[in-house]
Design a protein. Structure first.
Length: 451
């Protein structure tokens, strides 16, 4: 009996142990599942936090990029590359940078549009005037009509009907003694306003209003020949203007009163070759002892060309300094690199040559020359800001050179003849007017001028 009771007691203890083991197993299983769930939840929380940070960073960076692109797209073509503004989003700041910036005109942009018309042909180049607050374009035609437009505007500021023919690009200079006023110097031939010589400078007073500028004076040419090159304003003596008619170089004080202003004694350049380039005037920068202008001009014919230099002193007038033979005949125009000495001078020739000289107080020095494909009928255009100049040819070519006359880019045609001086905009795009009646735009793309 005792043995049976002991056996039953062991069985009850075994059952209690089995229940406890089961509870422990279930507890361990629940702990494992809970741990796995907490690990998954923690991992998902960490991933969500990382993704949230990534989204916030990307939103800030994208905002900075979009803001920068907007700045670049809204910058004017003639303005420098902008300083990019940082963007702050989600309490974070990001800023974008660029390696290079080059203004580009979208081909889908509106093309050129006509802003005016005239009864006469435009046979001479117009003038872009940037003087004080004045920023205008002035041009004259073969019927004696002169037009002035604020630059970048299609609205005409004023026009003049002077009859005859405008024979050279107009000159605009400050009017001495009158703040905010300018003098428009217009070369005319065959106009009733010109005296008996038939050719003259018609000088008008421009007060920058939309009113027709009144006449200041009329200056007859001494030789009777037409003025075919743009006059030059003295950089040293306010109101003094230099101009050439045929083989005669003249000076006149536009600040003086009287119907003919203040003529000075003209000089005849030996050799009877007409002036075809210049005059260009520079002031003496030191060591002269008094106010002195250096005046350069090109005289040329079908047989030879020369560079001539004069000085002007108020007490002595115009005096010849020297003449230098040029390598080719039939010179067609000049352009200077800067308005102060020393300065480089580019000279074009009808046979298709370009020569480069360095001007200084000790006279000119030959630097380099190049030959292009086709004749050159007009002056080069020098972009002082970009250190480049360009020439157009009568075979439709456009050639771009650096300040050492080394080729930079070219377009050799085919194209209509270019008998005008090229021009450049603030974006570095070049423009020419061709004989086909169109204005053509070119971009320098890797040494090629692409139209």
């Amino acid at each position: 009996m005792t043995a049976i009771l002991a056996l039953l007691k062991d069985r009850r203890r075994s059952q209690r142990g089995s229940v406890l083991s089961g509870v422990l197993i279930m507890t361990a299983f629940i702990a494992i599942i809970s741990g796995a769930l907490m690990t998954e939840l923690s991992t998902n929380f960490l991933l969500s936090h990382t993704l949230l940070n990534r989204v916030a960073n990307e939103a800030t960076e994208n905002s900075a990029i979009e803001l920068s692109l907007s700045q670049l797209q809204s910058t004017q073509l003639n303005a420098p590359c902008p300083a990019l503004v940082p963007a702050t989003v989600n309490n974070q700041t990001a800023s974008a940078t660029y390696l290079s910036c080059w203004p580009t005109v979208d081909r889908r942009s509106p093309s050129f549009s006509q802003i005016g018309s005239s009864s006469g042909a435009f046979n001479v180049d117009g003038t872009h005037v940037q003087l004080g607050k004045l920023n205008d374009y002035i041009v004259g035609d073969a019927a004696g009509d002169v037009f002035d437009y604020p630059f970048g505007s299609a609205t005409q500021r004023w026009s003049l009907d002077l009859d005859g023919a405008v024979t050279a690009p107009p000159l605009v200079m400050t009017r001495p003694g009158y703040a905010g006023q300018f003098l428009d110097v217009i070369s005319l031939s065959g106009s009733p306003d010109c005296p008996t010589s038939g050719s003259c400078l018609n000088v008008r007073i421009d007060n920058t209003s939309f009113a027709t500028p009144p006449q200041h004076c009329v200056i007859a040419t001494s030789s009777g020949a037409a003025i075919t090159t743009q006059p030059a304003a003295s950089p040293s003596l306010g109101g003094l203007v230099y101009f050439a008619d045929g083989a005669t170089l003249e000076a006149n004080d536009l600040g003086a009163g009287g119907a003919g202003c203040g003529p000075k004694s003209p000089v005849t350049i030996s050799g009877s070759q007409p002036v075809v380039g210049g005059p260009v005037a520079f002031s003496c920068t030191g060591g002269c002892g008094q106010t002195v202008d250096y005046i350069y001009a090109i005289v040329s014919s079908v047989s030879s060309s020369r560079l001539v230099e004069f000085t002007y002193r108020s007490n002595e007038g115009l005096e010849l300094v020297g003449t230098w033979s040029l390598p080719w005949a039939n010179a067609s125009g000049i352009a200077v690199e800067s308005a102060t000495l020393p300065a480089s001078l580019a000279i074009t020739f009808g046979g298709g040559a370009v020569a480069l000289y360095r001007l200084g107080t000790n006279g000119p020095t030959f630097l380099n020359s190049q030959q292009v494909g086709g004749g050159i009928a007009d002056a080069p255009y020098w972009c002082g800001q970009c250190g480049l100049f360009s020439v157009g040819t009568q075979t439709g070519g456009l050639y771009l050179f650096n300040s050492s006359l080394n080729p930079v880019a070219s377009y050799s045609g085919p194209g209509s003849a270019i008998n005008t001086t090229p021009a450049v905009d603030g974006a570095g795009d070049w423009y020419v007017g061709a004989d086909d009646g169109y204005v053509h735009e070119f971009q320098n793309q890797g040494g090629q001028m692409v139209q």
